[in-house]
Design a protein around this ligand. Structure first.
Ligand code: GLA
Length: 406
């Protein structure tokens, strides 16, 4: 009897499609910030099935999947330039000779979830067919492929109302019946934090990121922002983020050309901001340093903390900032960020600080409560709040601590 049961279960599993096995529930989407990988930051539209399958393999074998990264997201450039005679989007047959369903199945077969990209406008930013006017049809197509995540951009939208367009697509996804994380990418132009909580699970807050620490990059009519520029735009909107609805300061540039210190600072700050962690580097060629940053489970635990409170800037002076993020069980993450290009000494007497947060109603008085300190990059306990904390921070680097009550 037991044998028959096992056989039956095995048969059921092998006949159910992978996508069904990995289906999500609408109510449970993104209770913590989504984690994944996206093709844009390294490859732009130069994507194709063999390269992407190798990326999926590297995702699974490199430790990224085990560290909690889940979504594999194709950005712009996956489509043919025209819809077919029925108005359906078509995966570019040169880039995806086996079609998109087969590719989605491959992603699912590695225990990952599959994401795709389109745009609220008439065309995507790279000039492929946009979804405007095809919302329900496109959502049904994605559902039939087993899509779990949709990034929805904002190019070529001249006469379109942002709130209406994103709400329509959100309804279309619901109607298609397959739960998908809905990632709004309208760059913060229409303050989505004020209206998108029930529309999608994350919304971009700024222009595109580039792999630069504190200098923007001009692209002619618009600029890509540096990591620090983006950080500066998050503090004022932190109260709008929480479980199921996140501010998205854009995808990670870790491993894409900044120094190790800068990558570490960038990653730490994204964790402090409870940001979606969507890697954008070539996973097939990660250095150990890059891998060590992206898969630091103790830093990721700060990002993924179930309280879902976005961190805030507590202190700023002469290029040194202190960021604080309340965590569950009264733990706290504290990140000392050195934005300057010289070494800085931290000399921090906890007992002289009273830290309060109006968003999470946290009040900490280190005179009456002592905490143990854990350094999340050297991965060691480094004393308690009963003693002044002394450290030197390299330029463009961080010291990131987790505090737990003694
Ligand atoms: C916009 C988005 C980027 C990327 C490109 C694709 O610039 O903000 O993240 O998706 O479009 O064309």
């Amino acid at each position: 009897m037991k044998y028959v049961k096992i056989l039956l279960v095995t048969m059921l599993i092998s006949t159910a499609s992978y996508s069904q096995l990995f289906a999500q529930k609408f109510e449970e989407l993104a209770l913590t910030p989504p984690m994944g990988w996206n093709s844009w930051n390294t490859f732009q539209t130069n994507i194709n099935e063999p390269m992407l399958k190798a990326m999926v393999d590297a995702y699974a074998s490199s430790g990224m999947r085990d560290a909690g990264y889940t979504y594999f997201v194709l950005d712009d450039g996956w489509m043919s330039r025209q819809r077919d005679s029925n108005g359906n989007l078509v995966a570019d047959p040169q880039k995806f000779p086996n079609g998109m369903k087969e590719f989605a199945d491959y992603v699912h077969s590695k225990g990952l979830k599959f994401g795709i990209y389109n745009c609220a406008g008439t065309e995507t930013c790279a000039g492929y067919p946009g979804t405007h006017g095809y919302e329900y049809q496109d959502a049904r197509l994605y559902a039939s492929w087993g899509v779990d995540y949709l990034k929805f951009d904002w190019c070529n939208t001249d006469s379109i109302n942002a709130r209406d367009a994103y709400t329509t697509m959100s309804k279309a996804i619901r109607a298609a019946g397959r739960p998908m994380v809905f990632s709004l990418c309208e760059w913060g132009n229409h303050q989505p934090w004020l209206w998108a909580k029930n529309v999608g699970q994350l919304w971009r807050t700024t222009s595109d990121i580039h792999a630069g620490f504190d200098k923007d990059l001009s692209n002619g009519s618009w600029s890509s922002y540096s990591v620090m520029h983006i950080v500066d735009l998050q503090n004022a909107i932190r109260q709008y983020a929480g479980p199921g609805h996140w501010n998205d300061p854009d995808m990670l540039e870790v491993g894409n050309g900044m120094t190790n210190s800068e990558d570490k600072a960038h990653f730490s700050m994204w964790c402090m901001l409870a940001a979606p962690l969507i890697a954008g580097n070539d996973l097939r060629k990660m250095t150990d340093a890059t891998k060590g940053i992206l898969t630091n489970k103790e830093a990721i635990a700060v990002d993924q903390d179930s309280l879902g409170v976005e961190g805030f800037k507590y202190y700023s002076f002469d290029g040194l900032e202190i960021w604080v993020k309340p965590l569950k069980n009264n733990d706290i993450a504290v990140c000392f960020l050195n934005r300057s290009s010289r070494e800085q000494n931290i000399y921090f007497d906890w007992k002289e600080h009273l830290i309060t947060d109006t968003v999470s109603h946290m009040n900490i008085d280190f005179k009456s409560e002592a905490y143990k300190l854990r350094d999340l990059w050297i991965k060691k306990d480094v004393g308690t709040t009963n003693k002044t904390f002394k450290q030197t921070i390299a330029p463009h680097d961080v010291v990131m601590l987790r505090l737990s009550k003694l």
